[in-house]
Design a protein around this ligand. Structure first.
Ligand code: R1P
Length: 287
């Protein structure tokens, strides 16, 4: 039987003990960096890196561009932990493992989680290089039985049933839009619905039309499990997604998409997106 047993509370404690013993910071903000957005960690001061493989039982990254380390430091005076690299369902990881970074962050003392990602636009008004503040999400895997909260619930994290009405913190979203105005990037900053698919295959035109009809503004293969686990244990969540391609809805459209294109586009707009995150962190009402 190949089915893995989810991490216990004690497993998480062991991971956190290791992470805190290897560096002096005690973060209150956690940031999970999406594809092509890892350079944000270069903005950290007094930085300490802890590679994932040093942390007992913690997964490793298998996707190109996902470095696979925790980066601790200060950002605009705030104590931050960043994850350079996340886990996806298509890597073969079960949902609880994909979402495990949120619980590690919680036990480290983090109360606000920022998740970034790159995604494809379904909304015809959106353009490559736009930044979307996630207002809400649709988790295709999570609504259909691939939920990180499946299995025995540990009340020390949160209760069995989780309210998902206000998942993405309104105050943080408004603050992000305000920072976007100040940084003069409001014309290409959007707000909308992130739709998660399992991947790793990109969408067929028929699937793209279907996902759009469901209400997705962008489609990606991450974010939702981490945010679900974060909300389950009472952390505030902010999600930002960089649009790195337009999802093809008809058969005549030119060009196939690939992950290298995603990374290339992310490079082009990553600095702007990272400046936005720094601006939001600066305004946060925590240490
Ligand atoms: C596709 O190219 C990959 O990039 C995005 C998609 O979700 C998918 O994993 O990665 P992040 O969501 O990790 O940014």
């Amino acid at each position: 039987n190949n089915v893995e047993t989810p991490y216990t509370y004690e497993d998480y404690e062991e991971m956190v003990e290791c992470l805190l013993s290897r560096q002096p910071h005690r973060p209150s903000i956690g940031i999970i960096c999406g594809s092509g957005l890892m350079n944000l960690a270069n903005k950290l001061e007094e930085r300490y890196n802890v590679p994932y493989e040093k942390v007992p039982k913690f997964p490793v990254c298998t996707v190109e561009g996902h470095t696979g380390q925790f980066c601790f430091g200060t950002l605009k005076g705030k104590k931050v932990v960043m994850m350079q690299g996340r886990f996806h369902l298509y890597e073969g990881y079960p949902p609880w493992k994909v979402a495990s970074p949120a619980r590690v962050m919680k036990l480290m003392g983090v109360d606000t989680v920022i998740v970034t990602s790159s995604s494809g636009a379904l909304n015809p008004a959106f353009k490559v290089g736009d930044i979307m503040v996630i207002m809400d999400h649709i988790g295709m895997p999570t609504v259909s039985g691939f939920n990180p909260l499946d299995g025995k619930n540990d009340e020390r994290f949160g209760s069995r049933f989780v309210d998902m009405n206000k998942v993405y913190d309104e105050k943080l979203r408004n603050s992000t839009l305000k920072v976007a105005e100040e940084q003069r990037i409001a014309p290409f900053t959007r707000q909308g619905v992130y739709l998660m698919v399992g991947g790793p295959s990109y969408e067929t035109p028929a699937e793209a039309r279907y996902l759009r009809a469901l209400g997705g503004d962008v489609v990606g293969m991450s974010t939702v499990p981490e945010v679900l686990a974060a909300r389950h244990c009472g952390m505030r969540a902010l999600g930002l997604s960089l649009i790195t391609d337009i999802v093809t809805m008809d058969y005549g459209a030119a060009g196939a998409i690939n992950h290298d294109d995603f990374l290339e586009t992310a490079k082009w707009r990553a600095a702007t997106m990272n400046d936005l995150v720094v601006g939001v962190v600066e305004k946060m009402d925590c240490e």
